[in-house]
Design a protein around this ligand. Structure first.
Ligand code: DGT
Length: 222
């Protein structure tokens, strides 16, 4: 069984590798704005789950997946290797709005002005698609919500953080496991979900499609 991460996120890859998985990465290339525009008035949870599903489904149907699953069995003239494709999407719900990555330092600065000293909900949508011989044989999805309690960086600290560029590359303009960690007082819920992929939720979704996560651990780790 091959584990395929349908994401360009280095954070998601790092979380999975630290947890014993060596994913094949296939970036979905999904137009997230187009997917969002096609949803009739979604809740924040519905939005991130729909985006995660769009990413996983695009990869599950892709020639790239067929190539790596057939390629691994081509010599033996067997059918394609089975795969589970996992897609995610993270956004921060705060102050009545749902935001992704800030486009500019100015937007990140304004986000932190609203976040500092308060709390937000980091939502990560998850989708798992099981593929066998090129056909989708199982689908599961869900959203993990984690409350994040933000510190109040000084102006000098915030400007230094903005200058690092890190806030611009991540949903909510903060990280838990990077420079942003200095400005997060705590989380209530699953920390891995804040970083980009919830391990406990992914475990449950894999079980829904008949896959035990321990069977996916790298050789010798389970
Ligand atoms: N290292 C780290 N990254 C975070 C954290 N919070 C959010 N992020 C990253 C994870 C994702 O790469 C990004 C959220 O944006 P998306 O969900 O749209 O994923 P991204 O565009 O990176 O890749 P993808 O659309 O899945 O190909 O923000 C954090 O606490 N730590």
């Amino acid at each position: 069984m091959r584990f395929v991460l349908a994401s360009a996120s280095p954070a998601r890859l790092a979380v999975l590798r630290a947890a014993g998985i060596e994913p094949s990465v296939i970036v979905s290339g999904v137009d997230e704005e187009a997917v969002a525009a096609g949803l009739p008035d979604p809740s924040p949870s519905e939005l991130v789950t729909a985006l995660a599903m769009a990413k996983a489904d695009a990869v599950a149907r892709s020639a790239d997946l067929a190539a790596i699953t057939h390629g691994s069995h081509a010599e033996a003239h067997e059918g394609a290797e089975d795969a589970v494709v996992v897609g995610c999407d993270s956004m921060l719900a705060i102050g009545g709005e749902v935001v992704g990555k800030p486009a500019t330092a100015e937007v990140a600065r304004a986000r932190w002005a609203a976040m500092a000293g308060g709390t937000g909900e980091l939502l990560t949508g998850h989708a798992v698609v099981r593929v066998s011989d090129g056909e989708t044989v199982g689908v599961a999805s869900g959203t993990q919500s984690t409350t994040v309690r933000f510190a109040s960086p000084t102006e000098a600290e915030l400007e230094a953080y903005l200058r690092s560029g890190e806030p611009l590359a991540v949903a909510g303009a903060f990280t838990l496991d990077g420079l942003g960690g200095w400005f997060v007082e705590g989380v209530d819920g699953d920390p891995s979900s804040v970083i980009g992929i919830s391990l406990p939720l992914t475990r449950r979704l894999l079980a829904e499609v008949g896959v035990s996560v321990v069977d996916l651990w790298r050789d010798g780790e389970g």
